[in-house]
Design a protein around this ligand. Structure first.
Ligand code: HEC
Ligand code: HEC
Length: 317
């Protein structure tokens, strides 16, 4: 170690002062900090001081120093949200004031309703109807043109408002009886034969002899809801049996199950959970999924989107 009272020696190779530190003959040069670096360093200190004065900076016991400019990110966000609300609120207000057909006919409102409906659908409907309304076993596809209760804008709106077998006083209601089980209306043999007859209605593979036996039971029990040719009845939400689209899948086993159990699907009512304008937006969105039906004719520019790829082996309704 060098003596603190003598000036540190000059390094002969570079002619620079050394710090006096020395390890095994290696000494440390006392190179000054570059001027540009020092200026920058002092500038940041000055900038920080100015920032403390102008902007919210230091925590205090019950808050923080607000700064001379009174800036607040939270207030900015509030302002932005209020502006967004005002813009959206205006559109929703327009939707609230008009029947859903008029909303649809207005291209601007329709696009807004579609976008709002899509996001509402994700939050409220997709857990049952799957994303894009693809549907699943017991949950009808909303993207095809096969409807239980109806695919017009107003019909979809009614379904959403009041639900199906939902307990809502204006719910869509019907009940397919259980033909098997406890108080069986039909014997298992009759049920099996009728299932073959049901399959014959859609020209699906079936046992023709059994179907011949099942015809009478079908005519006595089922025609009232499903029709003589199996066309179905929308007034009762009775699905067509003559198409090859199924709500509960379409194997003979599945049909026997449905006849035995008389399952009756429940769709919740949304009139208490969503605002009328949100329900209208949803109706517009569902209509545009691919199966919307016309009445009155909507704006001509909007052709229904092509139906999405047919789901799975047995198409679900
Ligand atoms: C808890 C499950 C569930 C939720 C959530 C649900 N649905 Fe349904 N939905 C059903 C079932 C089950 C049916 C079929 C009822 C039946 O068998 O008649 C149905 C039927 C429908 C129908 C009638 C289809 C037709 O063919 O006539 C529409 C339209 C519909 N849902 C739209 C929606 C929309 C839009 C939402 C969200 C706001 C939604 N559903 C939320 C279960 C649900
Ligand atoms: C009171 C009216 C009514 C009667 C009578 C009735 N059904 Fe149904 N059926 C329905 C309804 C409503 C549904 C739809 C159930 C649902 O949405 O959950 C249905 C559904 C079905 C399905 C399921 C279709 C699919 O797409 O998956 C089959 C199969 C069926 N019925 C067969 C029969 C047969 C066979 C009979 C006679 C033995 C019969 N039904 C009698 C109302 C009826």
């Amino acid at each position: 170690m060098a003596d603190p009272n003598t000036p540190p020696p000059i390094d002969p190779a570079t002619n620079t002062a050394t710090t006096g530190h020395e390890w095994d003959g290696i000494t440390e040069l006392d190179t000054p900090l570059p001027r540009w670096w020092l200026i920058l360093f002092y500038a940041t200190i000055v900038a920080a001081a100015i920032y403390w004065v102008l902007m919210p900076a230091w925590p205090t016991l019950n808050g923080y120093t607000p700064g001379l400019r009174g800036h607040s990110d939270r207030a900015e966000l509030k302002k932005d949200l209020a502006a967004l609300d005002a813009e959206r609120g205006g559109r929703f207000q327009l939707i609230a004031e008009q029947p859903v057909e008029a909303v649809f006919a207005d291209a601007g409102l329709r696009d807004f309703a579609k976008a709002a409906g899509a996001s509402l659908f994700g939050d409220n409907c997709a857990q049952c109807h799957r994303s894009g309304g693809a549907g699943g076993f017991g949950f009808p596809s909303l993207a095809d043109n096969v409807w239980l209760w109806g695919g017009r804008l107003s019909e979809i709106e009614t379904t959403l408002r009041h639900g199906i077998r939902s307990g809502d006083p204006d719910a869509r209601i019907s009940a397919m009886p259980a033909y098997g089980g406890e108080n069986a209306i039909l014997t298992p043999q009759q049920i099996s034969d009728t299932a073959d007859y049901v399959l014959s209605l859609s020209s699906s593979p079936h046992d023709a002899v059994a179907a011949g036996r099942g015809k009478a039971a079908y005519e006595a029990n089922c025609v009232i809801c499903h029709g003589a040719t199996g066309a179905g009845d929308r007034a009762q939400g009775a699905p067509a049996l003559s198409d090859q689209t199924w709500l509960y899948a379409g194997t003979k086993e599945d049909i026997i199950q449905q006849m035995t159990l008389g399952r009756n699907g429940v769709m919740p009512a949304f009139s208490q959970r969503l605002k009328p304008e949100q329900i209208k937006a949803l109706a517009v969105y569902v209509w545009t999924l691919g199966g919307g039906e016309n009445d009155p004719p909507p704006a001509p520019a909007q052709a229904p989107a092509p139906a999405p790829a047919a789901p799975k082996a047995a198409p679900l309704r």
